[in-house]
Design a protein. Sequence first.
Length: 450
Amino acid sequence: MLEVLNPATEEVIATVPAATAQDIDAAVARASAAQAKWAAVAPADRARLLRRFAVAVDEHIEELAQLEVREAGHVIGNARWEAGNVRDLLDFAAGGVERLSGRQIPVPGGLNVTILEPLGVVGVIAPWNFPMPIAAWGTAPALAAGNAVILKPAETTPLTALRLAELALDAGLPEGLFQVLPGAGDVAGNALVEHPGVAKIVFTGSTRVGKQIMAKCADRVKRLTLELGGKSPNIVFADADVEAAALATPMSYLDNSGQDCCARTRILVQRSVYDRFLEIVGPAVESVVVGDPADEKTQMGPLISRSQLERVRSYVPSGAGIHGTAPEGPGFWFPPTLLTDAEAASPVATEEVFGPVAVVLPFEDEADAIRLANATEYGLSGSIWTRDVSRALRVSQAVQAGNLSVNSHSSVRYWTPFGGYKQSGLGRELGPDALAAFTETKNVFISTEA
């Protein structure tokens, strides 16, 4: 059994069965049978069922949000957005079902067409930091493309995933088509990765585990999408609206208590406005409201677990930097923290802390900013603050990251592709090509010669 803790109180709120390798094997057999029937469903009917699933999610947004607050410690406003994002992803994917088409390619001597066919059974291994939306990133387009999905949620956050599976059945999706099997990564996750009946793995999590999964998929020539770690820069040039940039900074790395691979945890500020930036950002960090995630006024909740709390503590020297406040007593609390004296090459400035901790570093000019921005093994996201459009374009082209925002901290939109450079992952999720990532391309030539 898996115990699910409320990270704000450390109370056990549920226990769920942990799937074994045998459970995964049985689930794959069910999924294969369901997928064959699902792929034969007319595209319009498949889209209609996915929209019913979206409606079912919409009707239970508050229930799903409250579950997310209790199992993941997300503040209630964020949790409602996350449940709504699942609905929107299902709607968006449903719209692609009838547009998933191949091409006719001009060739001599006949007609050549390509056909996009579903892969079969897809395994989605979702993380604990955004349990609902990230699970839907893989699940929605995979189902829309005609596949079956087996979702393994993180051990600490299985409840919303299990409820989504119930809502899928209520909406009329076939039994066995979308299954949720909570379990330990080295048991259920490993069985899913190694199973010969699983055609593709979608994994979001740490770079270390992603590399292990990649090696196992390589041995089986299994398709794989990886969304891994990040250490994203927030670059503030002297010609920017410094006040706006400073005021937007706290929640660029404190959202979800910093447990976000897109968090802007490396704040790079041009030296001529560095002091002014600190004058504004310091009080803004200190004023962030940390507390009960169910309270509508709370801006930041707890970390997910005791082990994560200890990991974050290990990066921060006692009393260093600018601090906000956090509750004392039960719960996995760590205050908002901004380090102003960290070395650019130190672990806290280059490694993914995955907590409410950022460093602020000065830079001299554009070339220096680009050098610092790229001085990490990751390349997932980042922000550029400037009023100069030419500079925004130059720096966007020079920064090695898959998702950049200018005068904004936005990273993920379901309309646009998402993924990373370097050790932040492989492949892209979301966007107009999301469904195609879950298909095989078959080429057919028809001779017209007599």
